[in-house]
Design a protein around this ligand. Sequence first.
Ligand SMILES: NC(=O)c1ccc[n+]([C@@H]2O[C@H](COP(=O)([O-])OP(=O)(O)OC[C@H]3O[C@@H](n4cnc5c(N)ncnc54)[C@H](OP(=O)(O)O)[C@@H]3O)[C@@H](O)[C@H]2O)c1
Length: 266
Amino acid sequence: MGILDEFDLSGQAAIITGAGTGLGREMALSLADAGCDIVGVGRRPEPIESVGDEIRSRGRRYFGIPGGDVTSSTRVNEIVAEAIQEMGRITLIINNAGLGGTGRGKTLPELTDEDWHSGIESNLYSAFYCSRAIIPHYLDNGGGRVINVTSGWGYRGGRNNFMYPIAKGGVIQLTKALAMTYARDNIRASCIAPGLFPKTDDEAMLEQLGSRQPAGRIGFMPEMGPLAVFLASTASDYLSGETILMDGGSIAAGLTPAGIIPQSES
Ligand SMILES: NC(=O)c1ccc[n+]([C@@H]2O[C@H](COP(=O)([O-])OP(=O)(O)OC[C@H]3O[C@@H](n4cnc5c(N)ncnc54)[C@H](OP(=O)(O)O)[C@@H]3O)[C@@H](O)[C@H]2O)c1
């Protein structure tokens, strides 16, 4: 077996939340390129159907679950049951769905209970519910993998930015708890921390955002796919509990994201 064979995901099936857009879509396409069948979950039908067309055109099986709100534990249990029924066995779940910006810019006293619940439920409850729902299936079937998606914000605080960093920090801890608890059950948990992968096509804005990063550029969405393939593959069999930053060195540099950009270069 050659080294590249270790990245072959043939025979695997992955549930990906938020698979229809952005990073979730890119990870879904890369996993499919590596041979993995995909269950795409999201609330809106159009993105979930659209990514499905691309995955099927790559020769992979695809099952879309629109109307899949992962902030509802009842719905998450249904989603996982439907996915298992359709695919037979699930070997990976990527807890990617998330919502940035809730209540951002408000001072602490201005934040409402709704802001708090929205930010924490969409980014942390969702990953907890999905992990809890899939683990019994993994235990019954010889193991599986969880990939959580956090953020650079999971590592540090920001000015007047509460729910997102709190929830994303929790996602890092959830990853460690899963890894420790199920280390002897062939269940691996890892976490991806993206840096700045903007969705805008505004060239001037991308240039400006990139110039603030240590790498001098922003991250490009397709760059996330190969990392997901690695974490899904046997090449990472001994990797668990760890969060991998893909941020062009931003957190290492301590500059961004912070809400306050230091002026000094030194
Ligand atoms: N892009 C970045 O720079 C960046 C940086 C750090 C971390 N991240 C993290 O990366 C992940 C993906 O973000 P993205 O940038 O690719 O943004 P995105 O395109 O907005 O992706 C979020 C996806 O999650 C789905 N979603 C949101 N809430 C959901 C819910 N309650 N139930 C089911 N699906 C839900 C959305 O689809 P529907 O609205 O149709 O449900 C959407 O497809 C997020 O966890 C985000 O926090 C992104």
